[in-house]
Design a protein around this ligand. Sequence first.
Ligand code: NDP
Ligand code: GUE
Length: 284
Amino acid sequence: MATILDGKALSKDLKIALADKVRESGLSPKLAVVFDPKNDGSRLYVGMKQRAAAKVGIATEDIAVADDVTTEAVLKIVADLNADPSVTGILVQAPLPEAVNDQQVFSAIAPEKDVDGLGAFNQGMLFGDQPGEYAVAATPQGVMTMLKHYDIDPYGKKAVVVGRSQLFGRPMAALLNNANATVTLAHRYTPREMLLDSLKDADIVVVGVGIANFITGDQIKDGAVLVDVGMNVVDGKATGDIEFASAEKKASFITPVPGGVGPMTIATLLENTFAAALNQEKNQ
Ligand SMILES: NC(=O)C1=CN([C@@H]2O[C@H](COP(=O)(O)OP(=O)(O)OC[C@H]3O[C@@H](n4cnc5c(N)ncnc54)[C@H](OP(=O)(O)O)[C@@H]3O)[C@@H](O)[C@H]2O)C=CC1
Ligand SMILES: Nc1nc(=O)c2c([nH]1)NC[C@@H]1CN(c3ccc(C(=O)N[C@@H](CCC(=O)O)C(=O)O)cc3)C=[N+]21
């Protein structure tokens, strides 16, 4: 039986500690959130992020974009937020409407305000293993915080990351690489046999592809650490990419869905937002 990596409990503790730090700092961090209100997931997650921000003393400002918005129009919104000194963090919730090039928008965010770490500059600093003051993407950073909390050190381990989005897989692979794991990054074009071969002797498996129950217990090594980033809805319930019932029998540690990576993403976003506000104060 595996130990549960309890992201919900850990994120609660992180948010309590953060609320104290925000109060003691005397700063007024403000997170601007640009999102597509027609997207069900975006409405749900943005609402969760805003409620969590309010609880730790971080103000938020909603910027809902229209269905027919263009990349140019969103770039203008971001430029205005970059120039607004009252805004200390900018989050562009993906995906924006069809016509918008999300990656171009992420990269237009001033690096010191890019609290979700998805722009080219921040990702480049991470890739070069010197993120410094520049925020790292909240989801993979939250996974690293959770591993550390449970004393799981990637050093010398074989890690397999499944999924290579800018939001999750690419920065996840970079973080594990920076932590001296040997990393395999699998994606849609990884032949099935090659994926199964990699999984068989992986010490750490992190999955985010968006396919419910994509990984099953019979595919993993005894004692592996399993981290499930997937967020699917099956019969109205949040379900991950790992088949929990079969996987928890073989894993040493496993994240549940819900209550694993999701809450860590939100807590990490808030930590990044406060750190950005502190740095802006210090550097001004
Ligand atoms: N819990 C949390 O905090 C978060 C959860 N998520 C969830 O994680 C999942 C992934 O999100 P995101 O990265 O944004 O999604 P994307 O759709 O951007 O990326 C999906 C990735 O999965 C890969 N993929 C698709 N099918 C397969 C397959 N059959 N075998 C191997 N790889 C495959 C794709 O490969 P290719 O690049 O080749 O197309 C792509 O890299 C979703 O369920 C999302 O809801 C995402 C972010 C945060
Ligand atoms: N710029 C950007 N940054 C993101 O971090 C980002 C994004 N865009 N686009 C979409 C994905 C998705 N995402 C989630 C965050 C929290 C939960 C979460 O807390 N989920 C709860 C369950 C929620 C439920 O019950 O449905 C949990 O896992 O316990 C889920 C998904 C962030 N994303």
